[in-house]
Each structure stands twice: as C-alpha cells, then as structure tokens.
Write a protein that binds this ligand. Sequence first.
Ligand code: GLA
Length: 690
Amino acid sequence: MIYHDSEHRLWVLSGPSSSYVLHLDEADRPRVMHWGPRLTPEQAASLLLRLPRPGFRPVEDPLEGSFDLIATGGLCYGHAGLQVRFADGTRDLELVFTGQRRTDRELVLAYADRHYPLAVECHYRLYGDVIERHLVLRNEGEPVTVVRADSATWVLPRLNGYRLSSVRGQWGAETRLHRAELPYGETVLTSRRGVTSHQANPWAMVDDGTAGEEHGAVYSCALAWSGSWRLTAQRLPTERVTLSAGAGHDPVTWELGIGEELVTPVCAGLYTEGGFGAASRAWHDHQLRHVLPHAGEIRPVLYNSWEATGFDVSLDGQIRLAESAARMGVELFVVDDGWFGTRTHDAAGLGDWYPNPHRFPDGLGPLIDRVHELGMRFGLWVEPEMVNPDSDLYRAHPDWVIHRPHRRRTEHRNQLVLDLSRPEVGDWLYRTLDELLAKNAVDFLKWDMNRPFTEAGPDERLWLGHVRTLYDVLDRLRAAHPHVRIESCSSGGGRVDLGILRRTDQVWTSDNTDALDRLDIQHGFSQLYPARVMGAWVTDSPNPYTGREIPLDFRFHVAMAGVLAIGGALTEWSQADLDRAAELVADYKRIRPLVQHGRQYRLLPPDGELSAVQYLASDGGEAAVLVHRRARRFGHADPGIPLRALDPDARYRDTATGEVHHGAVLLTHGLFPDLAPGDYASALVHLVRE
Ligand code: GLA
C-alpha cells in the first residue's frame, strides 16, 4: 500500500509488516524518515515534528547520508548514487521535484535538473515487504555522461552498531558467508568481470550486531543484475549507514545521447524481524512469488554427464549413463560439454553449435529419442556467449569478440567472449539457439559462461549491452520455446543473481561437488537464494576435485538440501551403491515439495560437528530435517536439535520409524536423529503431523 500526504510531501510505502517513509524537504531532497516496522500514515507524519529546527547549518550537511537519492553536488562528500558529467564539465546536479505518479503498489517520483536537460525518475514497486527500486534517466537535450547510477540507495536508521553480512568466494568455493562489523568509510562489494562473479554476490544484509539466526532486525538489499556491479556500504563518522547498489563498476561510464533513456536494473530492499533466518525466508518467498518463471514447478532430479565423461562424449557412453540414471529414478538427463563442433577438448569448437559429426553421425536424434523412451527429459549444455579461436565461427568473424585494436586478445580456458552488444552478434546468438531448439527435442539448456571480460576498452556500452542482449535472447527463447527450462551456470556459481533468476529455472551452484565443502557453499547460498534453484549433484568418492572420500548417504543428504542431481560415473558404481542411490532418490522425491517450496530453517550452521537444516510445508503439515555430522569429536553424544515453527500442541510421526513426537518437545528438547557413530554420518527425518 502506498499512501501520500501532499501537505507534508510525505510518502508511506507499507508492506504487511514494514514501512518505508519518504519526505521531500524544502530543497526537494527525498529524505528517508523511516525504514523499519510498519507505521500508520498518522504515525509516519508525526516523524516530521521531530526534524531538527531549520536555521542551524554547520559546514557539513548533518543530513548527509539520509536521502534515498543522493546526487553529486552541494555539501555532499560521501558516496553519491547518482553521478553525471554534463558536456561543459559540470558535475553537480541540482534536482527539482517535477511530480509523481502513483498506484497502490507503484510510485514514481520525478525530478529534473534546474538547468541542464536531464530528467531523473525514481521508481518504487511494492511486493509485500520487498521494495523494488530503479532509476530512469532521460536526456532531453544535450549529451551527458552517466558516471554512476545506482538503482537504489537504502538508508538505515540509527542503530547501536552495524554489522555487514555478505558472501565471498572464488571458483570452487562460492557464496561463503562473511559477517563482520561494518567499518567506517566505504566498503565496496563489486564485480569488474562482466558477470556477477564467484568473488562476491550483489546483496548485503546489515544488523546492529546482535541479530541471530532467529532473532533481530535485518536490513537487506539485492541487485537484479548479471554483469559488473558495485554495492557500496557506507558508514559515515556521524553513524549514518547506506547501502547503495547498481550496475557497472568504476570507472565504467555511460554516454546518454540526446533523447536517450537509461533504465537501471532493479535493486530490492527488505526490512525483516526474526533474524537472518526470517530475512532469508522472506527473500526466498519473494523469488518464489515474484521473480522465478514457473516458480510453482517441481524441479526434476537431474543427471549431468560432465564429471563422468569430461570431453569423452559418445552416443553409446551417453546411452549407458542414461539407462543407469533412469533406473535410479532420474527425470532429466543432461549431456554436458563435448557434443558439438570439434569440441573434443577445451581448445576448439566453442561457437559451432551443431552435433559433432563423428560422435553423433545421425545428429542428436538417436540419443534424445532413447532418453525420452527411458521416461526422462533431455538437456544440453551450451556456452553460447563464447568462442574458441579454433572454431568456424571465429574464423568467419574474428571481429565479433570483445577486443581492442593494438591490444592482445587474452584467452582464458582457450576462449574469447563474443561482444553481445553488437546487434549482429545478438541476432546470430538468437538464431543459432532457436534453430538448435527447433531441430532437436531439447527440454533443458545448461547455459554456461566460463570466462570474464578482458580488453573491454572504453566502449562502455558493452558492459551493460552484453547483459541486456543476454536477457533479451533468454526472454525471446523462452517465449518461442515455452517448454524449455534453463539452468544458469558460470564455471559453477559465477552468475547467480535476481536478474538471471527472472529468466532461468535453476542455477549451478559450484563446480565443487565435495559434500563437506558444499555445506558451507550451500549455507551462504541459502542466505538469499531458495533451495528451489540450488542445483546440487552427488558425484563420485573420492571427489575428483578435492580427493575427499565421503559415504554415499552423506553425499545424498547434502545434495537433497536443494535440487537433487547426480553427476557421478555411474557405470563405475557398485551395484550396492546404485541400489542405495535409487532408494535415496525415492526418499528425496517424497520430501522435495518441502525442500523446493517449503520454508527453510537453518537449524545448525555448517561449521560445528553437527549441522542441520529443516524445511516446513507452507501449511505446517510436514517437515523434513537433514542432519550432517562432519566429525565426531571426543566421543561426544549428539545433542538434541530443536526444530522450528512446529505446532507445540500437535504430534508429528516420523515416516521411517513410525515414532510419534510432541511438537512442544521437538521445539524445546529437539530431535535426536539416529546417526551412525562415526564421521560423515547423516540422516533425513521426515515428519508428518498427525
Ligand atoms: C564449466 C561448468 C561445468 C562444466 C564445464 C564444461 O566449468 O561449470 O559444470 O559444464 O564448464 O566445460
């Protein structure tokens, strides 16, 4: 609900349990009066009485850092979310309010520079307690350089302390949670790589330092953008804190020609109470309701052949794997890299998206038919934004890659990036994939992007343009092939964000499939993103990447925390493992509606001896608990694991043992899962309300 008090130039944007209150001051600056628990319009208006008396003007603006649109100019010395350079070199913006447009859920506040022909609109859209915010800049007269256009600047109220939560990582070690006091100055989370990145992810949470998993207020924001980005968490010495986020990194700028418009991506903000767990659940809920396409679908159990075969792809080999996967209960069979062009290793073939004629002399038809006959859907790996210099595409169009004259073309994994900001490249990309999907009965694409940009040069359009074309091609392909589902992958989890999730169905979380490492990666992933999109494979032991040996049940019980998949060399598994795997797949299918669509409670974090996560059906009727013991230390007995959000007066039956537990006892004394005595013990407990 959006309420406007014209007399006081006040707007109150309220979700079910929070409010965001804006007031336009006498200088037309939108001051954030409140972001926190819900206020009535009357309560919100009373905040104006508490404003400092006008007249006292110290050298530094005492209100610096309290506006939701901060433009360069005047006495503003902190981070400005909006920075421009006019043709005559002027960098100061002097915005005057020009009007508003408003519905129940949407608000547009419009401004224009008082001299230069630049219009700025701030758009707000309410989804429950989530506020989506973006900017529209319109050049109405003379060229202007946009230096920075953050989609949103979120202003926090005064707290007793400030602690920042975010994720950091690298290839094979994505989304590891980092929680530390926010230092004074500017903390910059950023990607300069052209993709969202493994190193950082475009979201942040701030609390006062006392919030826990299930208690405390949390302020968070997340940017919906899959290219380079920058999130600035600023803490001024005056204890004002802002979170400002937008596309592009320093020093990328954008030339806005006459009559042109720049529409920024969306940055969403959310205030929650109930700790980090409640914040995560609210973000999960938002994505399931408003971000993901086909959010209501159950994601199938997938098999992917990459770890089993590498580039050694053959029709017979794939069919053998498919038959084994089908017996295990797999529902979607995905052929990874190595099926196309001359791609028998990673130095050739990217760009040539036709089946390798030696490996598939009759095309993909025979394989696809067999997979469908086995009752599974068929998926294919593509990496269409890339080209190997050793490919027909590159030989025909060497100028299609991102490059600069007089500079080397830096190769990474022997490949270069196609410049999607060039219209002919975007057209080729769409045509090629459209044809691939039209000619082959493909149900699923794993869309990979394995290297960052280099030599991108001063043509700044490329940084935004590449992502825009990517989004456009994905949108058009989905419209033309509505049955096709897409997985976003970028060397594992390098392109996971609310922008790509608007147009893909799941993501590949990490190339690291070691179940122990995965516990940390998945814990960080779950802070913002729901289990419904988190691809998680069970692979071989010892793990091909880390060499660690982990029992099959533990590997499954870790992967069951998301969209379960199998990625092992099944033809080398023992019959006992294949049989046990089939049982575990069946177990997962029983609980997956809870995992994929229920509410998630992180019961115990992954850094202790025991970790656990619970999923609760939205009607509270069923719960699934996954428990992992990484190591038993000192012969300790396992403690009970208190569950969350159950009905204390209800009884819950364990579907495996038939044992009946009282809700009140599970909530206080906890669950004692029957774990094997040693290291790497795990359990799945499925409880149904009686
Ligand atoms: C990337 C992906 C892997 C696999 C390979 C294939 O590394 O993350 O899952 O698809 O590419 O080359």
